[in-house]
Write a protein that binds this ligand. Sequence first.
Ligand SMILES: *[C@@H]1O[C@H](CO)[C@@H](O)[C@H](O)[C@H]1NC(C)=O
Ligand SMILES: *[C@@H]1O[C@H](CO)[C@@H](O)[C@H](O)[C@H]1NC(C)=O
Ligand SMILES: *[C@@H]1O[C@H](CO)[C@@H](O)[C@H](O)[C@H]1NC(C)=O
Ligand SMILES: *[C@@H]1O[C@H](CO)[C@@H](O)[C@H](O)[C@H]1NC(C)=O
Ligand SMILES: *[C@@H]1O[C@H](CO)[C@@H](O)[C@H](O)[C@H]1NC(C)=O
Length: 455
Amino acid sequence: MRLSGTWSISNGLIATLLFSTLTPAIELDLNDEQSIKDAASTSTYSMMGWYYGNETGQIPGSFPEKWWEGSALFLALLQYWHFTGDTTYNSLMSEGMQWQSGEEGDYMPSNYSSYLGNDDQMFWGLAAMMAAELKFPDVEDGFSWLSLAQGVFNTQTARWDTTTCGGGLRWQLFPYQSGYTMKNSVSNGGLFQLAARLARYTDDDKYSKWAEKIWDWSTSSPLVNNKTWNVADSTQMANDCADSGNYQWTYNYGAYLMGAVYMYNYTNGDEKWKKPVDGLLGKTLKTFFPNGDVIEDVTCEPIKMCNFNEILFKGLTSSWLAFTTLLAPDTAAQIKPKLASSAEAAAKSCTGNNNNTCGITWYQNKWDGTTGMEQEISATNVFLANLINYNTGSFGPVTSKTGGNSASDPNAGSENDDEKKMKPITTGDKAGASILTLIFVFGWAGAVAFMMLGG
Ligand SMILES: *[C@@H]1O[C@H](CO)[C@@H](O)[C@H](O)[C@H]1NC(C)=O
Ligand SMILES: *[C@@H]1O[C@H](CO)[C@@H](O)[C@H](O)[C@H]1NC(C)=O
Ligand SMILES: *[C@@H]1O[C@H](CO)[C@@H](O)[C@H](O)[C@H]1NC(C)=O
Ligand SMILES: *[C@@H]1O[C@H](CO)[C@@H](O)[C@H](O)[C@H]1NC(C)=O
Ligand SMILES: *[C@@H]1O[C@H](CO)[C@@H](O)[C@H](O)[C@H]1NC(C)=O
């Protein structure tokens, strides 16, 4: 059925009215393992409708305008395979995650490296780390998953910046990027998490020392407050990180929570890490589940202004909450009911376009009129998160001592030679990067004002 040539997501309201009664939601019975798997299979299939990397003439794993989103897609696919056992997408995953790994095996491919942020590269590192931890087989004649995570760790720790604020990772890599003069939570929290996971997997204290260092710096900065457990989004180097941009995002909390919970597990339940786990978890559950216990990115959802990055945040965070229960079983009683109510609401949002398209404003319990790969990724993640209730014993991430055999290369990556990887910058690159930057620096309001005024 088509209304007219201009049919688009802006007609979302009409679409909601038309289809909400016609298309059944994704059926989800959380007491039935197969029902959860089926729901995840449906949303994963929709998600893959946006992936062309396995077709002739296309580039595996490539999303040119939003490179980091490939890592979000592969993170969802890895968990899809892990929790359901369905291998449909496995070869496409190996191919895409290798193709984008870059010339030196550190997720700095030269096509994109001139305008990446530390956070973009870091998410690919987390995907490689997850592949190792879930025992996704290494490929022959490629980089091992573990070495790719190590490559990202090595290149990023080499960028640790002590010129201002007593340390920290900048958001972006090059002086022509606006985010070069900021330090932000997802970059630092993400590297903290990667270090903690490498520590647990390899049992090499080089990584745990870095995790401690990043954590201590973060809590001494305005990014993480270790009394209130507020996690700010970013801080400016211009005034030596005296204040912060305090937009609240699920993934900033999740990035640090996962790092803390891996350190908690790695240290066999050390009190030093129990406090941050309890503190960050408590604040996360209190802040981001305001409507019917359904996870919500409260900064953008109520005003319907989530951009394509932001739609992914709560999906990533749902996965991290699920892994938190596996690594710190004490937390399960608090987390599981929230993952359940969130998944039920998400399933009810999947009535769009007459083809089970999922929305993002889950707490509305119906489709919100939006369509996209990002919506499908987040729905997939929250469905899969509920499979932790089945077979828990075998779902936890492994280490090199408990069955993980991805090959280690402690010197992976090219460390400090970012200069070499800078290709000549085209006007197009600059424009692309600075628009993204505007959105992040000034938030949605500033970005909208910018687009209305001049863009
Ligand atoms: C569902 O419909 C939307 C809008 O037409 C389309 O973009 C999307 O690819 C469709 N998904 C599937 C799985 O067919
Ligand atoms: C690419 O993968 C999809 C699954 O997402 C599959 O349906 C399609 O047939 C594949 N295309 C090719 C050319 O292999
Ligand atoms: C980089 O671009 C070239 C030319 O389009 C392409 O052949 C190659 O596969 C791309 N590499 C990556 C990692 O996307
Ligand atoms: C909070 O963080 C500061 C700065 O890193 C540290 O000095 C202090 O010991 C921490 N407090 C607790 C209770 O861990
Ligand atoms: C660490 O994680 C494993 C599962 O991977 C779990 O069995 C164990 O209880 C956890 N340790 C602690 C201290 O919670």
